[in-house]
Design a protein around this ligand. Structure first.
Ligand code: SF4
Length: 280
């Protein structure tokens, strides 16, 4: 059985926490550059110019893209033939968050208790979504998630008879009512199916997909394209100031569901759509 040390996980999480906050991934950067070319509204175009300038400054000066450096959300796929030695997995992830957010002077945004709590001071604990999969590697996705876009999340337990038209209405309504709050242009993560809690997880997981990648199921690939057009037709535009580009991408994750339930969820990423991945 292959082994890795817990410190390797800590080191990777620390490094990626900083890199995610300093550098937009190439897919996001490219999508914003294309949006700048496409945008027709002067206010929208100016917003996109400023977003690109801000991204460049953050990259070269090693400064956060946004003052909200996010809740550290970590998706992990742990191969069942990999043995972690020298420490436990979640402690290693949290040590990485602690170290990365401290070394990178990233804002600490986590309260120890939702009502009574004080700031934990190191941005821990991370939210960890762990799956055990075949293989002997560990894949980690670090997704610092800003509060403004997270607050615009919604879930609906729709009637199965609402069908795909109901999904379209719900997604477009979420984006329209969110308006400028999630700092558009956004990436719209859509979960369809599963149970109540799993559907919310799917919408967040959908945000891991690279912008520009095609859904493996052609039905959902077409639905993503249609939803992107519908969302951009709302005219919300960059930062809600009006324009053609409200979203950079609509990403769907679908799962089996109970015959009596039809959960649909939306989780948006702002233009600071931070995500980094590593395989150990
Ligand atoms: S939604 Fe994104 S860009 Fe807007 S304040 Fe939050 S983290 Fe920053």
């Amino acid at each position: 059985m292959r082994e890795i040390r817990a410190e390797q996980i800590t080191e990777a999480v620390a490094r990626l926490s900083m890199e995610a906050n300093f550098e937009l991934e190439d897919d996001v950067q490219k999508a914003i550059e294309e949006a700048f070319e496409k945008e027709e509204s002067p206010a929208g175009k100016e917003v996109l110019r400023q977003i690109l300038e801000n991204s460049q400054i953050a990259r070269t000066e090693r400064m956060p893209i946004c003052q909200d450096t996010g809740y550290a959300v970590v998706f992990a796929e742990l191969g069942q033939d990999l043995h972690i030695v020298g420490g436990d997995f979640e402690a290693a992830v949290n040590e990485g968050v602690r170290s990365g957010y401290t070394e990178g002077y990233l804002r600490k945004s986590v309260l120890s208790d939702p009502i009574k709590g004080a700031n934990t001071g190191d941005n821990t604990p991370a939210i960890v979504h762990l799956r055990i999969v075949p293989g002997d590697t560990l894949k980690l996705w670090i997704v610092p998630k800003g509060g403004g876009s997270e607050n615009m999340s919604k879930i609906a337990m729709m009637k199965p008879a609402d069908g795909v038209e109901g999904v379209k209405r719900f997604v477009v309504d979420c984006v329209r009512t969110a308006s400028g709050n999630p700092c558009p242009p956004v990436v719209v993560g859509v979960g369809i199916g599963g149970t109540f809690e799993y559907c919310a997880y799917l919408a967040k997981k959908a945000l891991l997909r690279m912008i520009g990648s095609t859904h493996p199921d052609s039905y959902y690939a077409e639905l993503e394209k249609e939803l992107l057009e519908l969302v951009n037709d709302t005219g919300v535009g960059p930062m809600g100031l009006g324009g053609r580009v409200t979203a950079l991408s609509v990403n769907i994750e679908a799962a089996p569901r109970h015959i009596a339930s039809f959960p649909v969820s939306v989780n948006m990423n702002c233009h600071a759509a931070r995500h980094k991945m590593v395989e150990l």
